[in-house]
Design a binder for this molecule. Sequence first.
Ligand SMILES: [Zn+2]
Length: 494
Amino acid sequence: MSVVEEIKQRVDIVDLVSQYVTLKRAGHNYMAPCPFHAERTPSFHVSPARQSWHCFGACGTGGDIFSFIMKKEEVEFRDALRILAERAGVELDQRRDPQEDARRARLFEVNETAAAFFHAQLLDAGATAAESAREYIAGRHLAAKSVEQFQLGYAPNSWQALTDHLASRGVSNAEIVAAGLAIEGDRGVHDRFRHRLMFPIRDERGRVAGFGGRLLPGEALGAVEHPAKYVNTPQTPIFDKGAILYALDLARDAIRSEGRAVIVEGYMDAIAAHEHGFGNVVASMGTALTERQVMVLKHHTRNLVLALDADAAGAEGMLRGGDVLDTALEHENVPVPDWRGIVRMQEKLAADIRVLVMPGGQDPDDVIRNQPELWVELVNGARPFLDFQFDAVASKHDLDVPRERSAVSSELLPLVAAIPDRVLQSHYLQRLARLAQVDESTLRLEVRQPARARTGPAVAAEASAPRRQQTPRDRPEEFCLALLFRYPVARAGG
Ligand SMILES: [Zn+2]
């Protein structure tokens, strides 16, 4: 990703422009009096979907975040780049030269060739080894048009098949390794993906950035005793798993028109959704949903629905998700309204993260195929993240027992403390006080003065509560929703 792209991904134009003018929502867009010319009737538009601005008045011009800063701060592009890089927390030293861009373009090209190769292998009836992949696809009731649309493929059970094919097309070993398609090891350069069902992973612009390879029945060459269900392309110059969402290239229009994105865990879930007309579905590819993924989605919508399986949803670790909620929203400038403004303020919040829980043991894939109307119901019934958390924690405890109420309090309090907005925080403090039958002012004190030695109801429970696992961190600045998707491997048939 170029520095400019990276900055664009991290800086939301609505946030940026909001620092200069007060934007009013108008449908999918925002409007304001133009910051560049004097006017009474607002003719300045900002489109979050396109991440662009335009003045339809005297200026008659528009652009992106860079041109906005250039015009507003009256600086050259270089300085606008510096200002925005700082805001985005992007190191400008990483700035890439034309050679680097050419190298990246080449890697996309190599991946494209590999995707075509894998796809041809899958469709080649003569390739008997691909039979298990075809059987798997048939078993999942995947339509032929989906196999084609998502360009599914088969990686032969060979150390050399892909490497040889690419070499015959003039691709060097170094390029194959750089693309993550081959590994340089004891046996020389050899194919990374062997005997796997292949999912090309495309970036938002539809370019093949990497691959996911699913385990198939039968033993792959060099397989370890308990092979991973999925092998992915490692981090490469063009593949950053934490910033990519499967099927977003196909989903972006539907996400915009529906004003909502649904995030599922697996490739198959996303494919099934698109096959059955639910075009606003993307997959996090079994990883933690990262802040960068949320930022990418926010270019298209602020309404996100996480489809969780029942196991993950019931997990205690769900609470950690609050970290992402917090970090993903912290760039927003949410004005604090009066008490009655809570509802309005919710609307103004940057991302509305909701949660839907799959009915016991079912994948989105199953539900979408067999009960599409239930899927619609589940998505529409998705609950605000915090409400969901409250219910999830409360349902685990017997609220008639004081000690249990105390546990509820100590589990939810960190989450409430993490809410950046004071009004929203107060709302949830009240709810927590009612739930745990604790004096609200006591809770408030704990939230506002975390450094002090804690007194009150949470202490006893905290001492006796089992230690929670630490969440893995993808990057220092970013927390993961790892535990939301903590059982991808254990799931059957995904
Ligand atoms: Zn203007």
